[in-house]
Design a protein around this ligand. Structure first.
Ligand SMILES: O=C(O)c1ccccc1N[C@@H]1O[C@H](COP(=O)(O)O)[C@@H](O)[C@H]1O
Length: 219
């Protein structure tokens, strides 16, 4: 089974080059002002050019209004929108219709009961992104480098398309793939040397760890 891999929170040409060299299927840009990964829409539009024809460029927003989404879509020209706030199913549907782009709804999970939160979005969100709940005191809804218990995904309906995220890194990705067998994975702070500072060497190391884990499983 193919595995989608998203490197999120890109801000530099070097990080973009490392993501594409590793074989990223998706590259993400953060449009949340409080994040150390925030990038201006026009700069994301410049950076994403390198990904054209190679990887889907994803705009990550948090409860963004139409005016900001209009600006992002015009200046960055994303292939996909990730809604990482408290957007309702109605808002997700509205955003999909307004821009005609596929939408990924991010949902925070910590226990099996949280999987119920998926249901209202079925048939509306094109894909899901499952992340850990933010730690107390964090101002960020994502990008906290915190993992959840991946075992809760074992019983998930196979028809639910999702990316696993939250606290992934080269050291734990093997376990995550083995336990949850997700269709896609999404990483941000696990390939950084400091908050918001992507390290091309860590990105390369992450792809190596993914390949090693997949080769082990196939053997
Ligand atoms: O990364 C951020 O700063 C961010 C801000 C606001 C919303 C989402 C954000 N990031 C998303 O969270 C996942 C998981 O991050 P991590 O690997 O645990 O650091 C990241 O890939 C983004 O999709």
């Amino acid at each position: 089974m193919a595995l989608d891999i998203k490197i999120c929170g890109l801000k530099t040409d070097a990080a973009m080059a490392a993501a594409l060299a590793g074989g990223a299927s998706h590259v993400g840009f953060i449009f949340f002002a409080k994040s150390p990964r925030y990038v201006e829409p026009a700069e994301a539009g410049r950076l994403r050019q390198a990904a054209r024809g190679e990887a889907m460029a994803v705009a990550v927003t948090v409860d963004a209004g139409d005016a900001f989404l209009d600006e992002i879509v015009a200046k960055m020209q994303p292939d996909m929108l990730q809604l990482h706030g408290a957007e309702t199913p109605e808002r997700v549907a509205e955003v999909k219709t307004r821009y005609g782009l596929p939408v990924v709804k991010a949902l925070p999970l910590s226990e099996a009961a949280d999987l119920e939160r998926i249901k209202p979005f079925i048939g509306i969100s094109d894909r899901f992104l499952f992340d850990a709940k933010p730690p107390k005191g964090s101002e960020l809804p994502g990008g906290n480098g915190v993992a959840f218990d991946w075992r809760i995904l074992v019983g998930l309906d196979g028809g639910v398309d999702y990316m696993l995220s939250g606290g992934l890194n080269a050291a734990n990705i093997g376990d995550a793939l083995r336990l949850a067998n997700p269709p896609g994975i999404d990483i941000s702070s696990g390939v950084e040397s400091a908050p918001g500072v992507k390290d091309p060497a860590l990105i390369e190391q992450f792809f190596r760890a993914v390949r090693a884990a997949r080769n082990t499983r196939a053997a």
